[in-house]
Ligand binder design. Structure first.
Ligand code: NAD
Ligand code: UFG
Length: 351
């Protein structure tokens, strides 16, 4: 197996995974509409290779296009078969990811995340490509009692974005059940990815205004925002602020390589796996580590709770360790240092 299609591969997690796959010797085809990213991220990937890029340049192809374009997807699979290099597997990152926007524009979310995936599965089936890794999310889990979340915990999303992710998981399960001898499906449930590649050459560069804490926090550190508004200091946690499981984007990217190794060495299956560190960090702790590691100030104030937030979301990651042999190796200081290196060198992202 060496020819991989990355839908959404110019995005934040996709570009970091693209880099690792190339380094591991994969041939990578990136398909992205660039609705929320820039293809300049792939220039960043090239820069990481530096003068060695020449020996990799034929291993990366970028196609600008939408996963809802059935004809384009068909052509892509067909062309690679004609070249004698059929696509062996797909990592499906493409999708819209803002919880807030999904409440305002649910149809766009269902269209991109659910209909787009149906389209992709139809074309994969047509060309007998049966291996797929899907970007799912911890957001599909319902309210928890503060304990670590297992893959068997209740699925009960509370916003349209979460509903689309849970629906795709169901769709993939049904696809697998339709012929258990065919499909190998990995649904990775990401917790809170942050940070950047240690080079500072690639990182998160959202086109829309961010709602997530890490890009907002870096905007404050960079002086582009006056202060960070912390959503509540009256939560049932040790310091009153919400707890999340932050995971370094490079550790997350590595989980995809491990997943491919698994899918290509075992019998067909459909598996869900949490990708988090298993360590909870409060908002105040995150701010303090960021300040300490990077020697910068972060101004903040408390405001009321954000609707739909949960007090504590931390992964039980034992399945990732057992099944994939995946062990995150980067800690919160690494996440803060690497994220800030990217932001300092690229205050406006890829723009
Ligand atoms: P991102 O927005 O940076 O990347 C998503 C990419 O998909 C973008 O490049 C966008 O242009 C592309 N895209 C969107 N709709 C498309 C379409 N219809 N056709 C083709 N391309 C399309 O987001 P990310 O953080 O890299 O997330 C990648 C995946 O992981 C997403 O599916 C997201 O829902 C999921 N996820 C992200 C997080 C997170 O906090 N970043 C957490 C859990 C799950
Ligand atoms: N927070 C603030 N102020 C902000 C933004 C966030 O205090 O301006 C707090 C939130 O209340 C929360 C924590 O920071 O406690 C993290 O919030 P994020 O918005 O960064 O992340 P969420 O955990 O709410 O959700 C994220 C993604 C989802 C994904 C989920 C996976 O937005 O898409 O992680 O667990 F599904």
């Amino acid at each position: 197996m060496n020819n991989v299609l990355l839908t959404g591969g110019t995005g934040y997690i996709g570009s970091h995974t693209c880099l690792i796959l190339l380094k591991q010797g994969f041939k990578v085809i990136v398909l992205d509409s660039c609705i929320s990213s820039s293809s300049k991220s792939l220039e960043g990937v090239k820069k990481v290779f530096g003068k060695d890029w020449d020996s990799f340049s034929d291993k990366l192809q970028f196609i600008k296009g939408d996963i809802n374009n059935f004809g384009l997807l068909k052509q892509l699979f067909q062309e690679n078969i004609l070249l004698g290099e059929p696509i062996d597997g797909v990592i499906h990152f493409a999708g819209l990811k803002s919880v807030k926007d999904s409440i305002i524009k649910p149809i766009e979310y269902w269209e991109s995340n659910v209909m787009g995936t149906i389209n992709l599965i139809k074309v994969m089936n047509l060309f007998s490509c049966y291996k797929i890794i899907f970007s799912s999310s911890a957001t599909i889990y319902g309210i928890n009692k503060g304990e670590k979340i297992k893959e068997t915990s209740d699925i009960s999303p509370v916003n349209p974005y979460g509903s689309t992710k849970a629906t795709v998981e169901r769709l993939l399960q049904d696809t697998y059940l339709s012929d258990k001898s065919k499909w190998s499906i990995m649904k990775l449930r990401y917790f809170n990815p942050i940070g950047a590649h240690a080079s500072g050459l690639i990182g998160e560069s959202p086109l829309q205004s961010p709602n997530n804490i890490f890009p907002l926090l870096m905007d404050v550190a960079a002086g582009r925002k006056k202060e960070l508004k912390i959503f509540g200091n009256d939560w049932d946690t040790f310091d009153g602020t919400c707890i999340r499981d932050y995971v370094h984007v490079m550790d997350l990217a590595e989980a995809h390589v491990k997943s491919f190794e698994y899918l290509f060495s075992t019998e067909p299956a459909c598996i869900s796996i949490n990708i988090g560190t298993g360590k909870g960090t409060s908002v105040l702790e995150l701010i303090n580590v960021f300040k300490k590691v990077n020697l910068v100030d972060i101004k903040f104030s408390f405001t009321s709770r954000r609707k739909g937030d949960l007090s504590c979301v931390v992964a039980d990651n034992s399945k990732a360790k057992e099944v994939l042999g995946w062990n995150p190796t980067r800690n919160l200081s690494d996440m803060c240092r690497d994220g800030w290196k990217w932001k300092k060198s690229n205050p406006y992202g890829y723009k």
